[in-house]
Ligand binder design. Structure first.
Ligand SMILES: CC(C)(COP(=O)(O)OP(=O)(O)OC[C@H]1O[C@@H](n2cnc3c(N)ncnc32)[C@H](O)[C@@H]1OP(=O)(O)O)[C@@H](O)C(=O)NCCC(=O)NCCS
Length: 178
């Protein structure tokens, strides 16, 4: 990880830097960045929402993760619930910490920062398990999540406005160590 430091971050204050990282890591258009900005700031107001950032010694944000205790009333839950019900896994929506976003700047990927971010954010939470969604293809993200103990709870999940289907994954906490 060189000298990149992972620690809690005030993501509302760093939202533009975070979205710049996400735009490079995940691919976002200018319009999508503007929409995400509102969504992220709203998410961070949820009770129990927490964020960790990865910063260089110069203070540059090169990765971030945020999440919150899951709530079945949240938009994300309402979309995935029928899919999880279909596979008999909808109980995962209760007592679960949802990872909403995790992104590492491409120049800093492959150094253990993503693993450190998701492990550090979930370690202190009181929920016994974690859920998230990831594009339903083999990717570094899917490989990382599996290595941490996440398993597929539903696949080919379609979010309105997203072109590609997602997989919903869940893992017991604390996440598995290497
Ligand atoms: C997914 C992501 C956050 C991982 O961050 P990272 O800092 O590169 O990951 P790490 O260096 O901690 O690697 C952790 C694990 O991820 C997997 N991984 C990372 N890079 C990989 C690659 N290029 N190919 C395959 N697996 C890879 C491996 O399992 C790795 O574990 P290992 O080092 O024991 O082999 C990062 O690749 C990213 O931002 N990707 C684009 C955005 C994205 O997809 N975000 C997730 C949305 S659901």
């Amino acid at each position: 990880m060189d000298d990149v430091v992972v620690q809690p971050v005030n993501l509302a204050e760093r939202v533009d830097a975070a979205l710049a990282v996400q735009a490079l890591a995940f691919g976002l258009t200018e319009d999508e960045i503007a929409v995400r900005r509102h969504i992220v700031l709203r998410h961070l107001q949820n009770p129990g929402a927490i964020a960790y950032g990865a910063t260089t010694p110069a203070g540059r944000l090169v990765g971030f993760v945020y999440g919150m205790p899951n709530d079945r009333a949240h938009w994300w839950s309402t979309v995935v619930e029928p899919y999880l019900r279909g596979t008999g896994n909808d109980d995962w929506l209760d007592d679960s910490f949802v990872i909403t976003e995790l992104h590492v700047h491409p120049e800093y990927q492959g150094r253990g920062i993503g693993r450190e971010l998701i492990t550090r954010i979930t370690d202190p939470v009181e929920q016994p398990r974690s859920i998230l969604s990831a594009i339903d293809v083999e990717s570094p993200a899917r490989k990382l999540y599996r290595s941490l103990g996440y398993q597929d709870l539903a696949r080919q999940v379609h979010f309105p406005s997203a072109m590609k289907p997602y997989a919903v994954m869940g893992a017991p906490l604390p996440l598995r160590r290497r």
